[in-house]
Design a protein around this ligand. Structure first.
Ligand code: FES
Ligand code: FES
Length: 181
C-alpha cells in the first residue's frame, strides 16, 4: 500500500509498489486528465506536479511518491481559472488537446518559479511533444499567462465549448425530470 496526497486529499493505493504513478492516477483514482502517451518519459503528456515539481508520472512509481503531494490537472484549479489555462484558451493553443494537460502542468511549475519567462526559458522548461504543432501559440500563451499571474493583464476567457464551470468544478447539477405532458 502506498499513501500519497493527491489534489489535497489523502489517498491509499492498494497496488504493487512499482506501479507507475500514471496508472494509479488513471486506473485507481479515475483522474484521467493525466494522459498516457509514450510511457517512456519522452512526450510529457503524463506530467503532474510532485511537491510542486513537474515530473513525468510514467517514470515515477507509487512507492517513490509515498508521502508526497501530487497535483494533477484536475486539482490545479476547479474552474479552469489558472492563468496558464486562461491563456491557453485565449491564445488558441489547444488543438486536439491530448498534450494539453501535461503542458499546463509543466507551465504552471515554470510560472511558480519564474513569473516572466522568455521564449528560451519556456522552451527549456516545456519539452512536451505536441503532434498538432501548437508550439508558437504555446510560447505566446505562457508569456501571456505570466502577465496574467503578475496582474499586468486580465483575460475574460469563455468556458470551453460544451463544458460549464460547474461541471469543471465537479458540481454535477441535479437531473431534470421531464414534466408531465
Ligand atoms: S507518457 Fe510519460 S512521458 Fe510520455
Ligand atoms: S494539441 Fe494535439 S497533440 Fe498537442
Amino acid at each position: 500500500m502506498s499513501r500519497l496526497i493527491v489534489n489535497d486529499r489523502p489517498v491509499e493505493f492498494l497496488m504493487e509498489p512499482d506501479t507507475p504513478l500514471l496508472w494509479a492516477l488513471r486506473d485507481a483514482a479515475n483522474l484521467t486528465g493525466t494522459k498516457f502517451g509514450c510511457g517512456n518519459g519522452d512526450c510529457g503528456s503524463c506530467m503532474v506536479l510532485i511537491d510542486g515539481q513537474a515530473l513525468r508520472s510514467c517514470l515515477v512509481t507509487i512507492e517513490e511518491a509515498e508521502g508526497r503531494y501530487v497535483t494533477t490537472i484536475e486539482g490545479l484549479s476547479g474552474d479552469r481559472s489558472h492563468p496558464v489555462q486562461q491563456a491557453m484558451v485565449a491564445e488558441q493553443a489547444v488543438q486536439c488537446g491530448f498534450c494539453t494537460p501535461g503542458i499546463v502542468m509543466a507551465a504552471a511549475a515554470l510560472l511558480a518559479n519564474n513569473g516572466s519567462p522568455g521564449e528560451a526559458e519556456i522552451k527549456a522548461a516545456i519539452p512536451n511533444i505536441c503532434r498538432c504543432g501548437v508550439y508558437p501559440r504555446l510560447v505566446r500563451a505562457i508569456e501571456r499567462a505570466g502577465r496574467v499571474a503578475n496582474r499586468q493583464e486580465r483575460i475574460s476567457a469563455a468556458p470551453a465549448p460544451g463544458i460549464s464551470a460547474e461541471d469543471a468544478a465537479g458540481e454535477v447539477p441535479a437531473l431534470q425530470t421531464p414534466s408531465n405532458p
